[in-house]
Design a protein. Structure first.
Length: 230
């Protein structure tokens, strides 16, 4: 599962409004498939059925980022999510290939759902910002089934808001390479007080989004999965 509600917005704003480096940092590039294969065995993922979900495996997931509804995004912009795992805690470092900005998301996988616990945002010209979600937000209820969750209010000294989650149902979705996946459509709306709306096309086989559509005050974007640990 890929949750880039904060990360994509901040990386996009920094990319669009900040000065671009002459060369793209290596930290924003995903490892090649051949390099990954040389250091780890092939990943085995059993098909997820009946509302079950596979947890994502550790490694880098790459997404093509593009703009919608007049939002300007540099051609070839890419978002990379590198996942590390410790028990039930999944930590994602979100980078991009346009600048060295990055965000970190901390999530917990439980039998009843996936909880977003904390985000950290690191921009070139600002002090790192941390938002601890108290209580944690359930972003995916498990097992998956069509449902609308009660509004979730959260807050801390650094941030506060309310998040609304609606699981619409199953459908097929194409990734950035044209591969068709079985996905669940999940709508996520967050008010902080500005409204951020995401539509996730979540693959239960991979445990991450295949497609993510986002509409916020800063603009509208879509990310499409192009590479994942094999």
């Amino acid at each position: 599962m890929k949750r880039v509600a904060v990360a994509v917005l901040l990386l996009l704003v920094a990319t669009a409004c900040g000065s671009k480096s002459p060369s793209k940092p290596s930290t924003g590039s995903a490892p090649s498939a051949s390099a990954s294969a040389s250091v780890r065995p092939a990943v085995s993922r059993p098909p997820a059925t009946g509302g079950s979900v596979n947890r994502p495996v550790a490694g880098t997931y790459s997404y093509l980022l593009s703009g919608m509804q007049g939002t300007n995004v540099p051609t070839g912009a890419q978002i990379n999510e590198t996942i590390s795992i410790s028990g039930d805690t999944f930590t994602s470092k979100i980078t991009n290939n346009e600048n060295p900005n990055y965000s970190v998301l901390v999530r917990q996988w439980t039998a009843s759902g996936v909880l977003l616990k904390q985000t950290q945002t690191h921009l070139q010209t600002k002090t790192a910002e941390t938002c601890a979600f108290q209580p944690p937000i359930k972003v995916i209820p498990l097992p998956l089934a069509p449902a609308t969750l009660p509004n979730q209010q959260w807050g801390s000294s650094a941030c506060s808001g309310v998040t609304m989650i609606k699981v619409d149902g199953e459908q097929t979705t194409s990734d950035g390479n044209g591969k068709v996946w079985k996905t669940w459509k999940i709508e996520e709306k967050t008010q902080t007080p500005t409204i951020d709306v995401q539509t996730h096309y979540f693959s239960p086989d991979l445990g991450v989004d295949v497609r993510d559509e986002r509409s916020a005050q800063s603009g509208s974007t879509v990310t499409l999965l192009t590479n994942y640990p094999r």
